[in-house]
Design a protein around this ligand. Structure first.
Ligand code: HEC
Length: 315
């Protein structure tokens, strides 16, 4: 294990990422730091490809997919510097696909590439610099992918586990979260792509991500998997943070205050989970979901003034 070396590499690349961000006067969004110099900020930060996720009937698989979907979008899954930088699976695999404009100094070569396996595949080679590979489209044909997604084989789980804990220094994820990530990735595919092919990123859609995470957390509580529930509430909180940075500026103070109040309620929900108080956790989850409708109205009313307005994303 080369944790110190790994951390040093991340520190360097994050420093470089900050410099690039400053030099080009980009919008103050973490996601702006990992886009190549010639990326179209309006297209990349304002929109995303639609999510190609299968609709599944089986209740247990559906639950696992929701767990994985939330974890996939949470930067709190990753440790220290990668987490601080706001990286998540979704940074590279946008809505479960690829990201042709992803470029993070020290981690990427050409736009659309990243090095996530050199350390895994060869700890020694990991010390000697990155070997960036094209970011694969996880929603493309399974036959085009390298790692077997056969439910009877262990490779997919091992690969994802390595990305979280080794490449990005995350703490050991609860096994329910690992089950979720594997289930989510398996259920992505070209036959499930909705129309239109591109969706606008909005505060409402990100808040809905948070709501889905809290609903899954409630299910995890019912299943007595409190560790997974905790990770999911953290994922919801991370979504509020992502929304918060889009509501930058003095005139959007009330919206940020509403987000903060909502995050504080999530913290209380988390406390109930950590304390093992299932009844209180379930009640708080239901209350938070009900209260999120008001938050949504508040955010929506000011959305045109926020960095969810694509026209405000150009430098
Ligand atoms: C920094 C960008 C980045 C992040 C973050 C990232 N990936 Fe990837 N991912 C890649 C790249 C690049 C590859 C190709 C690696 C290779 O082929 O050696 C890859 C490969 C994969 C594969 C294998 C695809 C195949 O060909 O079979 C899976 C599955 C995957 N990623 C899932 C995830 C999940 C789940 C997460 C979050 C835990 C994640 N990735 C986070 C860039 C990233």
């Amino acid at each position: 294990m080369d944790r110190p070396g790994q951390t040093a590499r991340l520190l360097i690349l994050i420093g470089a990422g900050l410099l690039v961000g400053a030099a080009t006067a980009r919008p103050p969004l973490k996601a702006a730091r990992w886009l190549s110099a010639d990326a179209d900020l309006r297209a990349d930060l304002g929109f995303a490809p639609s999510e190609c996720l299968a609709k599944v009937k089986d209740a247990k698989t559906r639950y696992q997919i929701e767990v994985g979907r939330a974890a996939f979008r949470s930067s709190l899954l990753f440790g220290g510097q990668a987490g601080h930088a706001g990286l998540s699976c979704e940074a590279c695999h946008k809505n479960g696909r690829t990201n042709p404009d992803f470029q993070f100094p020290g981690l990427s070569g050409a736009p659309g590439t990243a090095d996530v396996t050199s350390f895994l595949m060869s700890p020694k080679r990991g010390k000697h610099g990155a070997v960036p590979k094209p970011i694969p489209n996880l929603s493309g044909p399974k036959s085009a992918l390298r790692i077997s997604q056969d439910p009877n084989r262990p490779e997919l789980r091992a690969f994802i586990h390595g990305i979280v804990t080794e490449e990005f220094d995350g703490p050991e994820p609860p096994s329910g979260v690992m089950d979720g990530l594997v289930a989510y990735v398996r259920q992505l595919g070209p036959d499930h792509c909705p129309k239109p092919a591109t969706v606008r990123l909005t505060a409402e859609s990100r808040l809905e991500d948070a709501r889905r995470a809290v609903r899954a957390a409630d299910q995890a509580v019912v299943r007595k998997d409190l560790k997974t529930a905790d990770t999911l509430v953290e994922a919801a909180r991370d979504s509020l943070g992502v929304i918060n940075e889009r509501y930058a500026g003095e005139d959007l103070k009330p919206e940020r205050a509403a987000l903060k109040a909502s995050a504080i309620e999530l913290a209380a929900l988390r406390q109930a989970i950590v304390a093992g108080d299932a009844d209180s956790a379930r009640r708080r989850a239901a209350e938070w979901i009900a209260g999120s409708a008001g938050l949504e109205r508040t955010l929506k009313a000011a959305e045109a003034r926020s960095l969810y307005n694509p026209d405000k994303l150009r430098p």
